[in-house]
Design a protein around this ligand. Structure first.
Ligand code: HAM
Length: 426
């Protein structure tokens, strides 16, 4: 290529985003609050790889789900293996449990994780190709009390993030015992109405008619509103589980709405399914989705270990969160001359060891220029080192927020900055 050709800019891949430092502060805060809350309930972090064998999701997420049929980032690696950038986290945790025999530990097992997921969907507001989930999973607890506890925990996190105006939708999608009879009835109804459905739902009518309820097409929604509902087909066990789940939600004082067409877009759910939506978010308004999956571990060849969990989309969460990041507090070094520069570098080491953020810039400046730079950067403190200070071994510290000035040794000033000791001189 000739060197005078205009250079083509390389930009981020469609549907992916950079999170720049100012915004990253919000992410850190939200993640820290999530971590804090999950640990309060006994959850511990489990980190799994971003790439997994493709069959993990084909089998776990489900062969008929939109995710597997249309949205996976799948490729063949140099070793000829088909690998996939995880579109969700749940199957990875199940794999890790079986691989590391975590089921041998005392149950229930409670895990959480935060990280990127990948789905090749049409990007739009609230829907990205690389997005981030906060995910929690519990294994080995059949009691519907845990179903309600995770919903309550999700609400606690939302409250902590200042998220308001949410609606919690709950349903039961039955189990292996009661779903087949329902599936038959539903398929019959779907096939009878086939001509009215969109091409995608015509296919779903054959392979998995439950998925028709997920369709956003208005005509399909209209048709589906006349379909039989799973709730009327639940076996005694599922009915009882759903009843108790709702009783526990009432106990926690959580408002919810039973949404009989809520089936969720993944194949593995059994019994409880739920979503939390932020009503004002528009089309992509689900900020949290989850449910029970009592068969997945066994279907992967593991022990008979039931599971339940949820995932929140961090991008959507942050778009409705009302949190304020505390301002960064740091010391700017205003020095004059080479000796004072060296002393600044030495002092910064001392202060950093005391846990104080320091900024020493290397460009030569006069005192006035130092102060205007410190102001521009928003420094809370300016440490002044000129000839006098060097001689005395005591430094001037200017509190930029309260316009006070102090004098002291490095450690005395560290004490002041940390709010321990005040030695005001002016
Ligand atoms: P999901 O409903 O597919 O469930 O995703 C959970 C949440 O991730 C959604 O409610 C949404 O906030 C966010 N999300 C999903 N796709 C996108 C996207 N393309 N762009 C931005 N945000 C998105 C699961 O993933 C299950 N693994 C949840 C679960 C855990 N069930 C049991 N355990």
């Amino acid at each position: 290529m000739s060197s005078d050709q205009p250079k083509k800019e390389i930009s981020a891949i469609k549907g992916t985003h950079d999170i720049l430092p100012e915004e990253a502060r919000l992410w850190q805060l939200a993640e820290a609050r999530a971590r804090e809350i999950f640990e309060l309930y006994g959850y511990r972090e489990l980190r799994a790889p971003v790439i997994e064998p493709t069959e993990l999701f084909e089998k776990g997420t489900g062969a008929s789900s939109d995710i597997v049929t249309k949205e996976m980032y799948t490729f063949v690696d140099k070793g000829g293996r088909s690998v996939t950038l995880r579109p969700e986290y749940t199957p990875s945790v199940v794999r890790a449990i079986i691989e590391h025999r975590l089921d041998l530990q005392s149950q229930p097992l409670r895990y959480y994780y935060m990280g990127p997921m990948f789905r090749y969907d049409r990007p739009q507001k609230g829907r990205y190709r690389q997005f981030h989930q906060i995910d929690i999973e519990v294994f080995g607890e059949k009691d519907p009390a845990v179903d309600a506890e995770i919903v309550e925990m999700a609400h606690r996190l939302l409250a902590r993030l200042g998220v308001e105006d949410v609606l919690t939708l709950v349903n039961s999608v039955g189990c292996k015992k009661c779903r087949p009879a329902y599936g038959q009835e539903l398929r019959q109804a779907a096939l009878a109405a086939r001509d009215k459905l969109c091409p995608d739902c015509q296919r779903k009518a054959e392979v998995n008619p439950l998925r028709i309820f997920d369709c956003k097409n208005e005509v399909c929604r209209q048709v589906a509103s006349g379909f039989p509902l799973i709730i009327d087909f639940l076996c005694a066990e599922c009915r009882d589980h759903f009843h108790k789940f709702r009783e526990y939600l009432d106990l926690y004082g959580i408002e919810y709405r039973v949404e009989p067409t809520l089936v969720r877009g993944l194949d593995y759910y059994t019994k409880t399914a739920f979503e939390i939506v932020a009503e004002h978010l528009g089309a992509q308004n689900a900020i949290c989705g989850g449910g029970r999956y009592d068969d997945m571990v066994r279907e992967f060849g593991g022990p008979d270990l039931c599971g339940i969990g949820f995932a929140m989309g961090l991008e959507r969460l942050l778009s409705v969160a009302r949190i304020q990041v505390p301002k960064d507090s740091f010391v700017y070094f205003a020095y004059l001359g080479d000796q004072a520069k060296k002393e600044s570098l030495r002092l910064a080491r001392v202060l950093r060891s005391e846990g104080i953020e320091c900024l020493v810039e290397f460009r030569d400046r006069g005192m006035k220029a130092h102060f205007s730079r410190a102001n521009k950067l928003g420094a809370d403190w300016v440490l002044i080192i000129g000839e006098d200070e060097l001689k005395k071994g005591k430094y001037q510290l200017k509190d930029m927020v309260n316009s006070r000035q102090f004098e002291g040794s490095a450690l005395e000033l560290a004490g002041i900055i940390k709010g321990k000791k005040i030695l005001e001189i002016g």
